[in-house]
Design a protein around this ligand. Structure first.
Ligand code: ATP
Length: 603
């Protein structure tokens, strides 16, 4: 067994500790998932239930019908006709109710409920703290959003219908049989006490398998997306094989679980259907014995035989239906978990900053248990550039995340113009800050749309102006359809620097008073860097700018430089002042200068 397989197996839930959801809770979950049509869904379920009861009664009416036709020397046509009419009426009502119950599907309520659920999930992605969102893998999220919602919720009513019919119709038929022959009715009812323990025996195992399968599906989805997205990097580092191996492990793990679940399912189903069949045979045997002893007439036995044949199959299917409901329930649990993540608390009344200086006051922050910032304090003056420098992992990006409220600090405050970021409405805060990252995410849409997404209401002229200011025109005009070229179709045709400039054009169009630059030129060659640097110069004019940089030469002109290390602002000042202070910054600067000279010397 390889390492990955071992990890997967170690993470499998222990059957002893699997929480078995009571059926009532499952029903509540199903009703909730049908929002905003929960009442219509409940009405459909009631109709199916009523239909199942009436169907059971209609089946039981075969006994008096047969008795009227076959008992005695001549058939009692009058009574037989009455029973026949009753059976017909009941059957008609059953069909009408079933037809009406299907309105939930036909009238598009099911589709609308699915749409509503997906919208709520989408809304939740927007509301939930970004840090929590980023901690989930894209593929796993899409497995919940697409797979769980579509695959599992489309057939809920049909499955619930199968379950209700399979249980209720035989039960009602057996109860009604008591009226004509209590012994036979009782024998039929005994099938249920035999089946219920079987179901109780099977359910924990079934739930465990279903949850493991769902877990494996989700991970497999995540692995596939990660693999395809990272293929270029993997190829470059010649690691496609090893990662393909990992993906293969997940797929094999999924396959193994599927085989196991099939095997266990088949075994359990064989046991259950054998018990059901055996129960039916026992009823027949008892009936035949009572007929030979003169305690039961052949007509009643013949009628009951027909009933047994009618409901044996739906009864056996009940267990398959419960298995599918377990799948639906597991999907709903995952959906509920995602929906239950609370957004960050909003301080009231909401405030609007009028100034754009930024202050971090004694901020302490830990990712889960790992402390990253401890007593971080800094003041970033408005309309000037502050550079965050320092060793990797020192907490620079975390500082900017707290400003953008991807998470809240455990202690201390972050303010913009004296207003706590927790009192600024999320949409407004979002409008206040533009970010240019090292990796630019471009959507598969036109170049025009990719820039305009920063301010959807912007006119074409405004988008063009932003692109011009970000020095994008020279490459946009070279593209096959110019502004209307789809980014996906340009493939690798946009260089790193061009992508960066598109990102800067977005930021210019957004026109936010605060700009965060997270090493935007770190990966660029000298020429692209120069072009991007020119675009940045336009962007940062008259704005409060935070720039994260490793290459100190790029930020030597910043109004203020803060050395962030071990979660604290160790030194603050201008380049000259910090060099004169001969502290940490001066040491970092000297080291980079030495490295530069060494590179120049060895070139
Ligand atoms: N989402 C996260 N969950 C857990 N730990 C994290 C997370 N993001 C960052 N960290 C950890 O917090 C520490 C600080 O990270 P941060 O990215 O803020 O540092 P940095 O100074 O920006 O580093 P770099 O210069 O390498 O980008 C690091 O040790 C990092 O591993």
């Amino acid at each position: 067994m390889n390492h990955r397989t071992a990890t997967h197996q170690a993470s499998q839930p222990d059957v002893q500790h699997t929480h078995i959801t009571p059926w009532r809770e499952t029903l509540r979950q199903l009703l909730r998932s049908a929002q905003p049509h929960s009442r219509a869904f409940a009405r459909s379920l009631w109709m199916i239930l009523t239909a199942a009861i009436l169907h059971g009664l209609a089946l039981a009416c075969i006994i008096p019908l047969f008795q009227a036709l076959l008992d005695g020397h001549t058939p009692n046509w009058h009574t037989a006709l009455l029973w026949l009419v009753l059976i017909l009426l009941l059957t008609l009502t059953v069909q009408t109710l079933r037809w009406q119950a299907q309105d939930f599907d036909y009238d598009g309520m099911q589709a609308d409920a699915i749409h509503n659920l997906r919208t709520r999930l989408g809304e939740q992605l927007r509301r939930m703290p970004l840090l929590k969102l980023q901690s989930r893998r894209t593929g796993e999220l899409s497995a919940v959003l697409l797979g769980n919602v579509d695959e599992n919720l489309n057939y809920t009513l049909t499955i619930c219908g199968g379950l209700i019919n399979g249980v209720v119709t035989p039960l009602v038929s057996a109860l009604a049989t008591l009226l004509w022959d209590w012994k036979l009715g009782l024998a039929m009812l005994l099938v249920f006490p035999a089946i219920i323990p079987l179901h109780r025996w099977r359910r924990p195992q079934q739930q465990k398998v279903v949850r493991e399968l769902n877990d494996a599906h989700t991970r497999c989805h995540g692995d596939i997306i990660e693999y395809t997205q990272g293929l270029a990097v993997l190829r470059a580092s010649r690691a496609t094989g090893s990662h393909a191996g990992q993906l293969q492990d997940t797929v094999e793990w999924l396959e193994r679980l599927q085989v196991d679940s099939q095997r266990q399912g088949i075994k359990a189903n064989v046991v259950i259907s054998s018990v059901t069949e055996a129960g039916m045979l026992l009823i027949m045997a008892a009936g035949v014995t009572w007929v030979t002893q003169g305690q039961l007439d052949l007509t009643t036995l013949a009628a009951v035989t027909i009933m047994l044949v009618r409901f044996a199959e739906p009864l056996a299917l009940v267990f398959i239906m419960t298995g599918i409901i377990e799948h639906i329930e597991t999907a709903l649990i995952q959906i509920d978990e995602l929906l239950a993540i609370e957004p960050l608390p909003q301080q009231t009344p909401a405030q609007v900053p009028q100034q754009f200086d930024i202050r971090f006051d004694d901020v302490t922050f830990a990712y889960e248990a790992r402390p990253v910032l401890s007593g971080f304090s800094a003041t970033l003056p408005a309309r000037s550039m502050t550079a965050l420098v320092g060793p990797s992992g020192g907490g620079k990006t975390t500082v900017t995340r707290l400003l953008m409220r991807h998470a809240d600090p455990q202690h201390g405050t972050v303010t913009i113009g004296g207003v706590d970021v927790r009192a600024i409405e999320p949409e407004r805060l979002n409008r206040l800050v533009s970010v240019v990252f090292q990796d630019v995410y471009l959507f598969d849409d036109t170049v025009l749309a990719n820039i305009r997404m920063a301010r959807p209401e912007a006119t074409d002229a405004e988008v063009h102006a932003a692109a011009r200011a970000a020095h994008c025109l020279e490459f946009i005009e070279r593209l096959p359809q110019g502004w209307n070229t789809r980014i996906g179709e340009t493939g690798g045709r946009l260089s790193g620097g061009e992508r960066q400039r598109l990102s800067i054009a977005r930021a210019l169009l957004k026109d936010a008073p605060i700009v965060v630059l997270d090493e935007p030129t770190a990966t660029l060659d000298t020429e692209s860097e120069r072009a991007v640097q020119r675009a940045i110069e336009t962007l940062v004019k008259n704005r409060t700018v935070i720039v994260i940089a490793h290459r100190l030469s790029t930020i030597a002109g910043a109004g203020q430089i803060i050395v962030v290390d071990q979660g604290k602002a160790l030194e603050t000042g201008t380049h000259e002042a910090l060099l004169a202070g001969n502290g940490r910054y001066a040491a970092l600067w000297a080291a980079q200068q030495r490295a530069k000279q060494w590179r120049a010397g060895s070139a």
